[in-house]
Ligand binder design. Structure first.
Ligand code: KDG
Length: 323
């Protein structure tokens, strides 16, 4: 079997995404998708030619079976997906364009889910050791104490075998409830090789610091690259020499659903860095992937191949010249 490039650990859910925007109480029809920040990144990386694998648990139910089929169909290795016979698969609902047009809100039904029962015994050391890098996010850390222990084992195992760790702060206050808990539990992971974050998360992690100083603080902890995602404002990165890079976002004619754009961004950035591109190029691809992701419902359906990225970037250059 080909070596796994990227392994991640986290919850995958069934996403119910309304066909129409507005408050959920008026929605009549939902579309079914499969999503979860770690799985989204792995699928994005698979589309860009990497071999990926996910460690997770799903329930012994139809949604669990849907998730396994979907991941397998997208080319993610599911050999480490376990069925938990005592807890259900988590689901969530998206509310689009309300109350803030252009934004989406998520409503989780995941408390006590199969994946929230992930624990260190689910993290197979040999599997982690056979990969090139692991991807961990703040969402997994927020799910439960046993998920935090599993993430910690993944982190320690990766370092023990000389593998890279890639981390996204991904602070979801709906899961953490207390900013303090997020701050306390995320600290260790800020030494990862690549750290993705955003302005809101930096405000929680480093209250009172401006964005660039907060990103530099993470470099000071040992990260090699910190990437600050700023949605429609683009992104910024700081490297280990404290050099700051800025990159603007692409504009798309229609925003359907912004959920998952950050994961598409991460996948393209990681894919680009690991094939040897420089930070500027990686930010360009990442912004392009993020822009494409918001054009459809569902987190992963519009994640691009390299060819799609090149065509999209070329089309944007042309439209700037024509404007
Ligand atoms: O980044 C998008 C994901 O976060 C979303 O699809 C699901 O909230 C989610 C999660 O916990 O992964």
């Amino acid at each position: 079997m080909r070596k796994i490039d990227f392994v991640s650990l986290g919850e995958v859910m069934v996403q119910f995404n309304p066909l129409t925007p507005g408050p959920l109480r008026y929605v009549k029809y939902f579309e079914v998708h499969v999503a979860g920040t770690e799985a989204n990144m792995l699928i994005g990386l698979t589309k860009l030619g990497y071999k990926t694998g996910l460690i997770t648990r799903v329930g012994d139910d139809e949604f669990g079976r849907l998730i396994i089929n979907f991941l397998r169909g997208e080319g993610v290795d599911v050999s480490q997906v376990k069925i938990d016979y005592e807890a259900p698969t988590g689901v969530y609902f998206v509310q689009r364009h309300y109350p803030v047009p252009g934004k989406s809100t998520v409503f989780y039904y995941r408390h006590g889910s199969a994946a929230s029962r992930l624990s260190p015994e689910d993290v197979d050391e040999e599997y982690v050791a056979s990969s090139n890098a692991v991807i961990i996010t703040g969402i997994t850390l927020a799910l439960s104490e046993s998920c935090r222990s599993a993430a910690r084992k993944m982190y320690d195992t990766a370092l023990a075998y000389g593998k890279d760790v890639i981390f996204d702060t991904n602070i979801r206050l709906k899961l953490w409830r207390q900013e303090d808990d997020a701050r306390r539990n995320i600290g260790l992971f800020l030494k990862s090789r690549i750290v993705f974050t955003n302005i809101e998360d930096l405000g929680i992690l480093f209250p009172g610091l401006d964005v660039i100083d907060a990103a530099k603080k993470i470099i000071g902890k040992g990260a090699e690259i910190v990437v600050v995602k700023m949605g429609p404002e683009g992104a910024m990165a700081v490297n280990k020499n404290f050099k700051v890079y800025k990159s603007s976002a692409f504009k798309v004619p229609h925003v359907e659903d912004v959920i998952g754009a950050g994961d598409a961004f991460n996948a393209a950035f990681i894919a680009s860095i690991y094939r040897g591109d420089n930070v500027e190029r990686a930010l360009l691809y990442a912004n392009a992937a993020g822009a494409l992701a918001v054009t459809v419902r569902g987190d992963v359906e519009a994640q691009p191949s390299w060819g799609d990225l090149e065509l999209f970037i070329e089309s944007q250059k042309r439209s700037i010249i024509l404007r």
